[in-house]
Ligand binder design. Structure first.
Ligand code: NDP
Ligand code: MG
Length: 408
């Protein structure tokens, strides 16, 4: 039976042959964690393609271990380097490059499962390609859903893709929801409680936030992640993007989602039912748990994650978020309420602003300024095709760059 996120029921584990997997963004934090799980269960998974962008040495090592049919990198120059290095080692992996190659490996008929773990808008087209081929898609790349939510979810339904949320909060919610439901209301769900650590600057005042450096913003207290999502966690834009992600994944209206700051990152999110019951999913803050959950769903496999020791958990705190000190949160929620291409614009402006911050061109608090400046507050109709989303993304990037140049 179909659920909000496609035909996950049809995805009963077939032990007879290994799943053929593409890992988009294999060289990143999620990619490395995914390969850690796959290495523990090599009899269940076979790697069809691994993709990276610039980290050629890491991708080479991964290719030598997992022996994919294809490896994909960003540019021709890197492809030449990787090809030569692999040939030297007697590897038969073929090396491709560029955005079309990412789409091609996702569309290959031999592939059953695509792990979407490229960071940012670059993940949109290959992830959509996998969805349109009805693959099992493990979604880490939240930006693609933020950018193109309605088109993405329509494609999941139309092409009977199996969409499984890797993002730890959404994976937690997924685990706390009934297996089948048509809508949250029908399922008797009153609220989704989306938890977040509050990031490394949860207790900083406005003045202290002004002088945050990229190195400080990238050092998250609980999670070890890529730079972009680490900065997003520090501004709390990550929670804003996750709010939008949850709206699309679970068919939730804004007022059905409440953000709860939980600094220990032990509860990964909760679902409240009409009878007052609240279900939560708990575990150590280690992405291998949600990745393993998605890879093996509906079964459970060993993930290598340390077990929770309740006798050593001092106490768990829960607070309301501070929208004033973390304006990105409000900007993202306003964007999903506004609809149309507003979330894509917020996402694009944020990506450009985060890159400028990491490049020391703007200050930490300027990230929210850039997004606020660029986002359109006028409501617009939902985009009817991906090209409209991409056009909104490009225009927002251009406006963001201009604004950054003006304040730099
Ligand atoms: P990383 O920065 O660690 O990795 C990003 C991956 O994308 C790398 O493999 C990188 O290649 C590749 N990449 C970068 N730019 C491009 C491009 N233009 N085209 C193709 N590939 C590209 O990010 P994370 O692993 O932390 O995050 C990946 C996604 O998962 C993000 O959307 C993030 O929001 C989401 N996510 C991450 C979590 C985490 O714990 N890390 C938790 C929940 C969600 P290379 O490194 O070779 O240049
Ligand atoms: Mg998350």
């Amino acid at each position: 039976m179909a659920t909000m996120y496609g035909d996950t029921r049809g995805n009963r584990y077939d032990n007879s042959q290994p799943e053929s997997v593409v890992v988009l963004g294999a060289t990143g934090s999620i990619g490395v964690n995914t390969l850690d799980i796959i290495a523990r269960h090599h009899e269940r998974y076979r790697i069809f393609a691994l993709t990276g962008y610039s980290q050629i040495e890491r991708l080479k090592q991964q290719c030598l271990v997992f022996k994919p049919v294809y490896a994909v990198v960003g540019q021709e120059q890197e492809a030449k380097l990787l090809r030569a290095a692999l040939q030297d080692q007697g590897s038969k992996t073929q090396v491709l490059f560029g955005p079309q190659a990412l789409i091609d490996v996702c569309e290959a008929p031999a592939v059953s499962t695509v792990v979407a773990a490229i960071v940012g808008a670059a993940g949109l087209l290959p992830t959509m390609a996998a969805v349109k081929q009805g693959k099992k898609v493990l979604l880490a790349n939240k930006e693609s859903l933020v950018m193109a939510g309605s088109l993405f979810m329509q494609a999941v339904q139309k092409h009977k893709a199996k969409l499984l949320p890797v993002d730890s909060e959404h994976n937690a919610i997924f685990q706390c929801l009934p297996e089948h439901f048509e809508s949250l209301d029908d399922a008797g769900i009153s609220r989704i409680l989306l938890t977040g650590s509050g990031g490394p600057f949860r207790l900083h005042d406005h003045a202290a936030l002004q002088s945050i450096t990229p190195a400080q913003a990238c050092a998250h207290p609980n999670w070890d992640m890529g730079k972009k999502i680490s900065v997003d966690s520090a501004t709390m834009m990550n929670k804003g993007l996750e709010f939008i992600e949850a709206c699309w994944l679970f068919g939730a209206r804004s007022e059905q989602i409440e953000i709860v700051v939980h600094p220990q990152s032990i509860v990964h999110s909760m679902v409240e039912y009409n009878d007052g019951s609240v279900l939560c999913q708990m575990g150590m803050p280690d992405m291998r748990t949600p990745i393993a959950n998605c890879l093996s769903w509906p079964r459970r496999i060993e993930s290598g994650v340390e077990r929770l020791d309740f006798t050593r958990l001092a106490h768990l705190e829960f607070h309301a978020p501070d929208f004033e000190r973390f304006p990105c949160l409000q900007l993202a929620i306003e964007a999903i309420n506004c609809g149309g291409t507003a979330p894509a614009i917020v996402n694009a402006a944020n990506e450009v602003a985060v890159a400028a911050f990491l490049d020391n061109k703007i200050r930490f608090l300027d990230i929210a300024r850039v997004v606020a400046e660029v986002v359109s507050v006028q409501s617009s109709s939902e985009p009817t095709c991906i090209d409209e989303v991409i056009a909104a993304d490009s225009e927002a990037r251009e406006r963001s760059s201009h604004f950054i140049a003006s304040i730099h």
